[in-house]
Design a protein around this ligand. Structure first.
Ligand code: GLN
Length: 483
């Protein structure tokens, strides 16, 4: 059974194995299984072994940091100093980042070892990892199925035991949805909790970084390392960071958990609903009080998101012009030709679709009808949550409407693909934290349950997930083909 970060820390502290040994094990597993899964875009073997050697020296001195010697992987959206950072795009296939993202820097300062960079949908646009320039990623539970997206490489790598943990980013569900589809735990923190500095921007008012791991206790460690104020991100929050691990063991007696009726309505596969109801019964047994609530504007979240996210991406991606970053076409005849062909060749179909729609929505004459309207709906969606949090401590629902679908099943139908995020996207619009944890299987594929917290209530999400993981073993299951 693949190890957790918690177990690796114990093994390193007790001298059961060294960081170099465990790092070599993971590099060997990557070499063996990555051809079937395609979860890594780059494997940084030399760097990993060098960092592991340095970690072993620190461990020998008896003064380790939070993650000293623990190997992990980063989504290829985080800039990594001196290492290719492609964002899943041909546009950045030749881009070597000249600095580390803040989240990467903090994880490195905590002592972690970087195994490599994980595959993802191009510029984080997608729900299935089928939009990557580097090819799709397979779901380790059934390689004919998608791992979810856009952080599909990170989720699949953790599920298959190619890394004990990995980073991801979530603009509309890209941590929680692949975590659910791959049977791992992932948390998207409150907007502003983890610095966006050095994260290649998609929708700047929605993007948040966070961790994937095998357990809530592991996510607590990773999130602790990643979180906190950063002067280099103007939207970073100076709210103090809780001690996530210290709060894990608090019980959940008397905790009021709300079930939004809109999340258990038409559209949710009834087999998933049954699995989630069993998990809810377990939380009730642990002392939680379960209440019915309503988030009446849920149906507006997908259309609202696809105006806001596309508008923001059309602006963010204008910097990729063939002049300053990444791909440049051969022999341009003039500046316009350079822009057109560099962008035409560098971006894939989904990215182009979104830049076009976003540019349209922001154009003079349409701004009020689309962008302004979307901002108004966004406020209504946020207010729904605030009203709900007047009567409950936490909101619970499914993470996705169905389990992992077959590769290719939705590629010709973008709207059906967009609907995958129906339960996750509204949190990004509101800026709220959400966690997905595995609670069972349907057709041999994992089912994720989502916990939604009030602003900066990550500790409570981790605590409830941890409580559930103390009395269940879904999170410890591993796909047989990669054991
Ligand atoms: N699936 C959503 C999209 O395609 C969300 C992606 C994300 O969170 N990065 O935009």
């Amino acid at each position: 059974m693949p190890m957790t970060v918690t177990e690796i820390r114990q093994g390193l502290a007790s001298g059961q194995f060294s960081s170099v040994e465990i790092t070599r094990d993971y590099l060997q597993r990557i070499a063996q299984h990555n051809p079937a899964l395609n979860c890594f875009i780059s494997v940084t073997e030399d760097l990993a072994l060098q960092q592991a050697g340095a970690a072993d020296a620190l461990l020998a001195q008896g003064n380790p940091g939070l993650l000293t010697g623990v190997p992990l992987a980063h989504k290829d959206l985080f800039c990594t100093d001196g290492v290719k950072t492609s964002c899943g795009s041909r546009m950045l296939d030749n881009f070597i980042a000249p600095y580390d993202a803040t989240a990467v820097e903090r994880i490195r300062d905590a002592g972690a070892v970087m195994l490599g960079k994980t595959n993802m949908d191009e510029f984080a646009m997608g729900s299935s990892n089928e939009n990557s320039w580097y090819g799709n990623v397979a779901n380790p539970w059934n390689t004919a199925h998608v791992p979810g997206g856009s952080s599909g490489g990170s989720a699949a790598a953790v599920a298959a035991g190619l890394a004990p943990a990995a980073t991801g980013t979530d603009t509309g569900g890209s941590i929680r949805q692949p975590a659910a589809l791959c049977g791992v735990t992932g948390i998207k923190p409150t907007y502003g909790r983890v610095s966006r500095y050095g994260m290649i921007a998609f929708g700047s008012s929605l993007d948040q970084g966070g961790p994937f791991a095998r357990s809530a206790a592991d996510c607590a460690l990773l999130l602790q390392a990643m979180s906190g104020f950063d002067a280099r991100d103007s939207t970073s929050s100076d709210t103090p960071v809780d001690d996530y691990s210290a709060r894990l063991e608090q019980g959940i007696e008397g905790l009021k958990i709300g079930l939004p009726k809109e999340y258990f309505a038409e559209g949710l596969d009834s087999r998933l609903a049954r699995v989630i109801e069993t998990a809810i019964d377990e939380l009730r047994k642990q002392g939680a009080e379960i209440l019915d609530i309503s988030l009446p504007n849920t149906h507006l979240s997908i259309p609202t998101y696809y105006v806001v996210a596309m508008a923001e991406c059309s602006s963010n991606l204008s910097r990729f012009d063939g002049v300053r970053f990444g791909h440049r076409c051969e022999n341009p005849v003039d500046l316009e030709d350079l822009y057109k062909r560099s962008r035409g060749e560098g971006f894939g179909a989904e990215v182009k679709r979104r830049i076009l729609i976003g540019t349209y929505a922001l154009s003079a004459g349409y701004y009020d009808a689309y962008y302004l309207k979307a901002q108004q709906l966004r406020r209504m969606i946020k207010n729904d949550f605030q009203t709900a949090f007047d009567s409950v401590d936490l909101i619970l629902g499914p993470t996705t409407p169905e389990v992992a679908f077959k590769i290719g099943a939705k590629t010709d139908d973008p709207v059906s693909m967009y609907l995958q995020d129906i339960y996750t996207i509204s949190l990004n619009l509101a800026g709220l934290p959400g966690l997905s944890l595995p609670v069972g299987f349907v057709d041999g594929l994992p089912v994720g349950m989502q916990l939604i917290g009030n602003y900066f209530d990550e500790a409570r999400l981790l605590q409830v997930a941890h409580r559930y993981q103390q009395v269940s073993d879904w999170h410890l299951q591993a796909p047989e083909a990669f054991s």
